[in-house]
Structure formats: C-alpha cells, structure tokens
Design a protein. Sequence first.
Length: 66
Amino acid sequence: MSDNHGNTPAAWSAVVVALLGFVVGALGLMLSPVNMTIFWVGVALGVGSLLVYVVMAKMGFNSSSH
C-alpha cells in the first residue's frame, strides 16, 4: 500500500463533499413530509464528489509532499 494512501488534498476534498452530500440527503429524508428534491441534491453532491476527486487528481493534488 502506498505511504500516502488517502492522505492527499484530492482525497480529503472528495470526502468532505461526499459527507456534505450524505448530510443534505439525510436532512431531506428527515423532513416531514419527506422532501425528495433535497434528497436528490444530496445524492448529486455524493456523485459530484467523484468528479471533485478526478479533477483534483488530474491537477496534481493526488500526491503528498511528505
């Protein structure tokens, strides 16, 4: 396994965006009545986190300097 496995700016940014997506989606499901629009925004943020990772990795933020 690599020394910097998961400890890169690209990985952390993707995790933060995915976590935000989970929180938004969960809030949409907890509302009464359930707000499916907010839920799907959360799903889109979760999928968008993959895009954040790929873009940042292509920009060179997928390598650690330590």
